[in-house]
Design a protein around this ligand. Sequence first.
Ligand SMILES: *[C@@H]1O[C@H](CO)[C@@H](O)[C@H](O)[C@H]1NC(C)=O
Ligand SMILES: *[C@@H]1O[C@H](CO)[C@@H](O)[C@H](O)[C@H]1NC(C)=O
Length: 414
Amino acid sequence: MLTKILFCGLISLVLSEKVRYDNYTLYKIRPQNENHLSFLNALFESSNDYEFLNPPSLNYDYISLVSPPGLKNDLEHSLSKRSIHSEVILENIQEAFDAQLYSRRKRSIRQELFWTGFQTLEDINAWIQYMTETHPRVVSTVVAGKSYEGRNITGIKISRGSGRQAFVLEGGSIASDWVSPVILTYIANQLITGEDNEAKKASEDFDWYIFPILNPDGYEYTQDEVRLWRKNRAPTTGRNIGTDLTKNWNSHWGASGGSHTPSAANFVGLGPFSEPETRQFSDYLLNINQAMAGFLSFGSFGQKLVIPFAHTDDALYNFNDMVTIGRRAMGSLAVKYGTMYQVGNSRAVSDGSTGAIADWVKYRFNPPIAASFLLRDSGVPPAILPAREVLPSCEETFDALMAILREARFIDVL
Ligand SMILES: *[C@@H]1O[C@H](CO)[C@@H](O)[C@H](O)[C@H]1NC(C)=O
Ligand SMILES: *[C@@H]1O[C@H](CO)[C@@H](O)[C@H](O)[C@H]1NC(C)=O
């Protein structure tokens, strides 16, 4: 199992300032009933020692949890006492992280991006600048504001004329998710270069606003310090830092799914839009001043297309159409690599967390297309995704986007 997942011949880098995860173990835990779930939820809420890579929920086949070496025995004991099934996936996740860094180091030519590994914030911003300079009539650099630490929240706008509706793509809200930013630059590149006929048409039909990294401070922090950090980097109460930006939007904020404990990895924040990143991005969207045809959010993980809203099972707005479009599009996504997605509202397929960006956007602007991609999970969570799975993730997600446009036109939603 181990050798299947890990690369051979790992190159270890010396990164002394970083938090290392030597001998931290990745578990797959399969809760099967409400008792199992409430034990895991209590652990999730109370412990800063274990890292949950997805929230405890019976909608997931399993929960990915990372344990430090010193606490493995405790964990395994607690789980087996409650008959909760668990499995060791990686004995030492540091090895997987070292492999990711190695793949990133291979990139050498400045301004050029490759979609065969992960990308740094600096690479992405330089590439956006480069595309703006080399395609001045089509591409522009857009800035939605500044992060808490003062980094630009940079996006790329692709427009081939006036009078189009806006189509907005957002990623990189979860700091440890290095996959969605690569996927979004891949999609942007396809729309700009237009090598694929459908991409060319899509780039002519809408003005695209693509923000690969909404949480640049967190992204940097996962590269330089703590690989599994999830939140932004703004202080909240006491010595606590960070809010889960995926739960800070003003749509039934804090009602379910996230935590109100500031130290928790899924802390919803001190109020809706309490964070500079969410507040400014929401203002930016309000100021775009164009009708919005579509909004898609991309993040890790679980292979689910989540349709607004999380607070209710009612089919609000065009929920049923969106489910139809989503199901068909996820069929197209599966063609290349067989990756299967579930489609539904958050309560049905994910953890029912309110305060999500797509929910707020749907409620505020009602674009005919609105959904969140929870991306590929190939047995290991995306934070630990091997670099060789990056390009396939890009390709299949791009196929899904094209299929969403196609299916939406087919049933007259676009
Ligand atoms: C990890 O575990 C191995 C095997 O038990 C041990 O030899 C090694 O020293 C440990 N590494 C660290 C950094 O604790
Ligand atoms: C940040 O964005 C502003 C425009 O809003 C730009 O003038 C500035 O150069 C950008 N800073 C960096 C570091 O890219």
